[in-house]
Design a protein around this ligand. Sequence first.
Ligand code: FE
Ligand code: FE
Ligand code: ZN
Length: 277
Amino acid sequence: MLYIGSHLSSSKGFVSIAKDALDIGANTFQFFTRNPQGFKAKDIDPSDVQKFLKITQNNHFQKFVAHAPYTLNPCSDKPETREFAELVFQDDLKRMEYVPYNYYNFHPGSHVGQGIETGIEMIAKLLNRILTPEQSTIVLLETMSGKGSEVGSEFKELSTIIDKTYLKDKIGVCMDTCHVYSSGYDIVHNLDGVLEEFDRTIGLEKLKAVHLNDSKTEFASKKDRHEKIGHGSIGLDAIIRFINHPKLKHLPFILETPNDLKGWADEIRILKENFND
Ligand code: FE
Ligand code: FE
Ligand code: ZN
């Protein structure tokens, strides 16, 4: 069974997300926990959550991914930005317990010139302040493209963050296909080699979810420009090999391609047609 979905709007609450997911043939999804550029989060409506949990159980949904806002930067050079990151992170993890046992994905951060080691240190410190043994949510570090001063474009950087985190069982990784390809991991010509390197540095058991995107820019461009599936430099064949890889095929795949619901429905149909159970 292929676990696939897309990034959906959360502005109308959880039931609306689940309905959109069903409409496009998805059995997982991603949403922003709050305005991606800002702070404000909607209040949780317990009856909305109860209906949502029923829909997802009845339709055998796989775990979903909540995405932190882009403005969350644990390794900013500004103390107030780091405090904001901590407040948002903590509040999001508290809210995630209304919908337990899912994933919370975040961009590790941008060190803004302070250096990669300092960035890694600050990210691990934040994780060590907010992760608790009681939480059911697994927090995912996203693999980044390496634009600007992004931390997490190399597997080694992510493994160092995990090494420095005390509650390692609360931490995983979400691999973004556009980002890793832009960062210089050749998933088109050497997927086995990339997965071996991931396994050596991080451990494949830490890989919990995939952002399935094509890329508008060429290999190792260090850019972050998502493209529709099959329309970019990665291409449909490589993406089909990716979802069918024996070490990956059990994972939830989330499309973050530039599409509307109809476009995602088409992509999901094509990927299901090309998935070998
Ligand atoms: Fe992301
Ligand atoms: Fe992504
Ligand atoms: Zn991206």
